[in-house]
Design a protein around this ligand. Structure first.
Ligand SMILES: *Cc1c(COP(=O)(O)O)cnc(C)c1O
Length: 377
């Protein structure tokens, strides 16, 4: 988004503003397709669950990774328009429920759709057998998350040593395990995580086969890094490494899924906020803006992400802090930005803030989330 359009939008819609550029969503989707021709894309809805974003990916032929019944319903709204027969044949191709822990009420609601769901423990098998006996299963494995910005392996994932026993346990409960899934950690800049995980899965495929269980699909999860800065490895190089391992270890008939989230939406989101106050604190200029870490900048806390702020006006840069509008000191966007001297009422903006941002906005302190505007839809 260029500065002129952003300024026009914020003047029209007010601040704080969260702009989603659908041309950028389509560009990222096409890039993923191009570099992973063998892989079906299941967009991880939690990263930004805006129904307009889901619709854009759906229209491109995308599928979805959902992790709650609410996310399932958001996606199902797109599918519901299809004829009934097609809808049922379609559901695995379109949705994976990839939260290994599911409330009983969710399983009961999901069962009639014959869903594909992940699991990683014995209790979950018992729950699924009782409350969603028509589900297909994918076993989530614990894999190395070394060097990823957000670690995702301490909460979920069966140990490789337990894998085949967990597959057997599911079969004993009349459930079919279709394949394996993993997540290498979000914003994964270390290709070794993917290589190790794929090799681990190939070993488990072989062990399962030797014990009479034929696995058919491999879900390589998310983690594909957004190009936040020049230190992030090139996507094409990462894709080449991953494809090489997939082709070496998994025959053509094995279906490969991926659940990219951040990669598809990070660069499509821009946040615009207004300066509402200005003060010198600790010998440093501080700007107070009308968006913060309880809102669009929630990634500062939950996503371990740093966002830079830019001004629309040029001028000699000086080191300053930028704070959000709430009364909590935690509501600090950055303690070291370089911005020119700006007045109250002027605007700041941050790019590459489409992932894990507006999705976890709150109403804390009475400040509502930023207004969302979709462009190039
Ligand atoms: C969060 C999540 C994703 C998306 O991860 P990104 O790093 O944003 O690509 C994919 N799959 C699962 C199971 C997740 O929990």
């Amino acid at each position: 988004m260029n500065q002129k359009s952003l300024l026009e939008l914020v003047k029209k819609h007010g601040s704080p503003l969260f702009v989603v550029d659908h041309a950028e969503l389509r560009k990222n989707y096409a890039l993923f397709r191009k570099h992973f021709p063998r892989v079906q894309i299941y967009y991880a809805v939690k990263v930004n669950s805006d129904p307009a974003i889901v619709k854009t990916f759906y229209e491109l032929g995308g599928s979805f990774d959902v992790a709650s019944i609410q996310e399932f319903r958001t996606v199902y709204q797109c599918i519901a328009k299809l004829p009934a027969k097609q809808r049922q044949d379609f559901i695995w191709d379109k949705i994976i429920y990839a939260n290994p822990i599911k409330p009983v009420e969710t399983l009961e609601e999901l069962d009639r759709y014959k869903p594909l769901v992940t699991y990683d423990n014995h209790e979950e098998v018992k729950k699924i057998a009782k409350h969603a006996p028509h589900a297909g299963l994918a076993l989530r494995l614990r894999v190395p998350n070394t060097g990823s910005m957000v670690e995702l392996s301490s909460k979920f994932g069966a140990l490789p040593g337990e894998a085949v026993d967990l597959i057997k346990y599911a079969h004993e409960h009349d459930l079919v395990v279709e394949g394996l899934s993993f997540h290498v950690g979000s914003q994964c800049t270390n290709p070794q995580n993917y290589i190790q995980a794929i090799n681990l899965c190939a070993n488990i495929f072989a062990e399962a086969k030797s014990r009479g269980f034929n696995l058919k699909l491999l879900d390589i999860g998310g983690g594909f890094p957004a190009a936040y800065d020049a230190t992030v490895p090139k996507f094409s190089a990462l894709a080449k490494t991953i494809n090489h391992e997939l082709d070496r270890l998994f025959p053509k008939e094995i279906e490969i899924l991926a659940e990219p989230g951040r990669f598809l939406v990070a660069s499509a989101g821009t946040a615009v906020s207004k300066i509402i106050g200005k003060a010198f604190r600790n010998e440093k200029l501080g700007y107070y803006v009308d968006d913060g870490v309880y809102h669009t900048y929630s990634g500062v806390i939950f996503d371990h992400c740093t966002y830079h702020l830019k001004s629309f006006k040029r001028g000699a840069p000086q080191v300053c802090a930028v704070f959000g509008p709430t009364c909590d000191a935690l509501d600090t966007i950055s303690l070291s930005e370089e911005l020119p001297d700006l007045e109250i009422g002027e605007y700041l903006y941050s790019e590459n803030i489409g992932a894990y941002s507006a999705a976890s906005s709150t109403h804390f302190n009475g400040f509502p989330p930023a207004t969302v505007v979709h462009v190039n839809q």
